[in-house]
Ligand binder design. Structure first.
Ligand code: SAH
Ligand code: SF4
Ligand code: F3S
Length: 439
């Protein structure tokens, strides 16, 4: 047997890309690759890319430019581009960067091992949307130990076509994986040391996978089945659309002990005029009603959101409506974005907001979110919460983990190991984390 070939993967974008990168690394393991931490030592470099905003997409080209020297030094080096830029731009990537040997879209990863074998002698490209579960066709994970937390993709793609968003084009139509495969994968992860699973999907709460005995399962049904897996301690899911928050999923937040009290529920804007132009198919008020239903079921839940400012034709009054909605909801955290026109999406063709104005709104929005985020974190002081410990902190004897509410918590205690789930009394709150003592 020859020496193992070395694979360097760099991942951009959302958690689904993180999951995909793990699966691609495992699949390429079958071709003799082991993962390494730097591009300099690699025989193959794979960029798993994101197309959501212009900056994310452009990063790929600047990163590729940096590899030019490596390729000159090592002509056998294979360079691949996967992910959403690969899907959106396809052969265009090779036209702009001829040193790229392989381009693979997110729905074709099961073909990656075969593509890798051909890469180097010819240019290989696959951006099909085949009618099959790529994860089922990807090599099974080797039974290696894992850290305490893991992502598990249950649903992919999107049929909602928000006017700003590339995801329906880069990931394709909404598809749910069969429940039995997800349960099998979850049990396998638990056997390998995982205690918390985050179910992933672009519209995860629209999940409707085939059930083991026929009929479709909802996400709530899947969560209830996962809730019964011994050794699995925590369940989370992301990202949800407000229109798909079914009663059974809301009830699961009240009834499933392992389902954590944290929900990412993007609204994008608080102005009905803008929501309509975004093709979101909900209003600020209908969103508020969903929030009320969730809080009635689980009063302590922390909500997080996504916001876009400077969407085409957004006025100061529209923006103020967004600020008012944020005041009314009171978020535990949120991601804020300046609108970025994306080629091929309807909103890109519309009159754009003055960039200086958009920047100014973004700052005001971020200041408000930061205040709410800090207040939510500070409100944990004095409470006793569950913490799943993940890794050592900077100080000797210190461990860091995530609370039920997804806050980082530091605890000084020699006896703690990664994977321990303990009750912790929160004693103080810093800028980005909490400090606690074992309860
Ligand atoms: N499927 C998820 C997330 C999609 S992408 C959802 O429906 O919520 C993550 C976030 O990126 C979005 O929620 C949105 O806030 C932001 N986003 C998407 N397209 C964007 C664009 N063109 N410009 C700026 N932000 C964008
Ligand atoms: Fe994009 Fe909208 Fe689909 Fe989310 S729901 S992935 S924002 S199109
Ligand atoms: Fe980016 Fe694709 Fe995820 S565009 S956010 S990597 S689905």
């Amino acid at each position: 047997m020859g020496e193992a070939k070395k694979l360097y993967i760099k991942t951009y974008g959302c958690q689904m890309n993180v999951y995909d990168s793990e699966r691609m690394a495992e699949a390429l393991g079958g071709n003799g690759y082991v993962e390494v931490g730097s591009p300099e030592e690699a025989d193959m470099i794979l960029l798993n890319t994101c197309h959501i905003r212009e900056k994310a997409a452009e990063k790929v080209y600047s990163e590729l430019g940096r590899f030019r020297g490596l390729k000159a030094d090592k002509p056998g080096l294979k360079i691949g581009v996967a992910g959403c830029v690969a899907q959106a731009e396809g052969a265009e990537i090779m036209a702009r960067q001829p040193m790229v040997d392989l381009v693979v879209g997110p729905q074709s990863y099961h073909r990656l091992p075969e593509m890798e074998a051909r890469a180097g002698t010819e240019k290989v490209i696959d951006t099909d949307f085949p009618e099959e579960d790529k994860f089922a066709r990807l090599r099974e994970r080797p039974k290696a130990k894992r850290g305490p937390t893991a992502f598990l993709t249950v649903q992919e793609g999107c049929d909602k076509f928000c006017a700003f968003c590339v995801v329906p084009y880069t990931r394709g139509a909404e598809v749910s994986r069969p429940a039995a495969r997800i349960l099998h994968e979850a049990r396998d992860l638990v056997d390998r040391g995982v205690r918390e699973i985050t179910l992933l999907g672009q519209n995860v709460n629209a999940y409707h996978g085939a059930g083991p005995e026929g009929g479709d399962w909802t996400l709530a049904r899947l969560i209830r089945a996962l809730d019964r897996i011994d050794g699995l301690e925590r369940i989370r899911f992301t990202t949800s659309h407000p229109n798909d928050m079914g009663d059974d999923l809301i009830a699961a937040h009240a009834e499933c002990g392992k389902l954590m009290p944290y929900l990412h529920l993007p609204v994008q804007s608080g102005s009905d005029r803008i929501l309509k132009r975004m093709n979101r198919r909900h209003t600020a008020e209908s969103y508020m009603r969903v929030v009320e239903r969730i809080r009635a079921a689980r009063p302590d839940i922390l909500l997080s959101g996504d916001f876009i400012v400077g969407f085409p034709e957004e006025t100061e009054a529209d923006f103020r409506a967004t600020m008012e909605l944020i005041e009314a909801v009171n978020y535990g955290s949120a991601f804020t974005f300046k609108y970025s026109p994306r080629p091929g999406t309807p909103a890109a063709e519309r009159p754009q907001v003055d960039p200086a104005e958009a920047d100014e709104r973004l700052h005001r929005l971020q200041a408000l979110i930061l205040r709410q985020q800090q207040a939510a974190q500070d409100s944990m002081v004095g409470r006793t919460v569950g913490v799943l410990f993940e890794k050592p902190g900077r100080r000797p004897g210190q461990m860091v983990g995530k609370s039920d509410y997804l806050h980082s918590v530091f605890v000084d205690a020699q006896e703690l190991d990664a994977g321990d789930l303990r009750r912790v009394r929160i004693v103080s709150s810093g800028p980005n984390s909490l400090q606690g003592v074992l309860a």
